[in-house]
Design a binder for this molecule. Structure first.
Ligand code: ADP
Length: 200
């Protein structure tokens, strides 16, 4: 199994890249997505959160009210630790299950937004960084996701700087051109990963 860490700042095009890699045959593991899935309505994860934090962290439709829960836990480190104690093991279990189900020769891509920030590069055989200039990312976030420019700037400022991310990259996927160019570059990266995986 080849373990690939995929990262990139917000708006860099990381989701486009992971989507393309999944189409090409990678097993993509997105821990943020799994963290949402383990607390969906009807899950034991959500039941435990309600048991600890109370019914008021639910919306009227029975789903988790993330803003409300966030405002509780970010004001209180003990409560944050309690929440993490519920969610992290559930995510870990699900990730382990996906890993175990993957074939021996699988290329497993871990989508890790904060890989550079949390110094996680040593966990992977290959680290891929999707890279684009800050102004271009801000424009994409505004045009494609409707994010206000000040919000986009604040989010970028809260993450690692471009150079810090590039410093941990084994492979860089530049994404400052068209989506077609991005796809072509990802296809090349895929060929490279297959060669690496075949070498063992
Ligand atoms: P990330 O996951 O890194 O935050 P996304 O992959 O969601 O970024 O990309 C942000 C937005 O920009 C998305 O709407 C995506 O479709 C768009 N996008 C990404 N790369 C390009 C590109 N090369 N050309 C045009 N739009 C792009």
């Amino acid at each position: 199994m080849l373990k690939v860490g995929l990262t990139g700042g917000i708006g860099s095009g990381k989701s486009e890249v992971s989507g393309r890699l999944a189409k090409l045959g990678a097993v993509v593991i997105d821990a943020d997505k799994i963290a949402r899935e383990v607390v969906e309505p009807g899950t034991p994860g959500l039941a435990r959160i309600v048991a600890v934090f109370g019914e008021h962290v639910l919306r009227a439709d029975g789903s988790l009210d993330r803003e409300r829960l966030g405002s509780i836990v970010f004001a209180d480190p003990d409560r944050l630790a309690t929440l993490n104690g519920i969610v992290h093991p559930l995510v870990g279990e699900r990730v382990a299950g996906l890993q175990n189900a993957a074939a021996d020769d699988a290329i497993v891509v871990y989508d890790v937004p904060l890989l550079a920030e949390n110094k996680l590069a040593p966990m992977y055989d290959v680290v891929i960084v999707v890279d684009a200039d800050d102004d271009l990312r801000i424009r994409r976030l505004a045009e494609r996701r409707g994010m206000a420019e000040t919000d986009a700037r604040a989010r970028i400022a809260a993450q690692a700087r471009r150079e810090e991310r590039l410093a941990v990259a084994d492979l860089v996927v530049p994404n400052e051109g068209s989506l077609e160019e991005l796809q072509a570059r990802v296809d090349e990266v895929w060929d490279h990963l297959r060669e690496r995986a075949a070498r063992g």
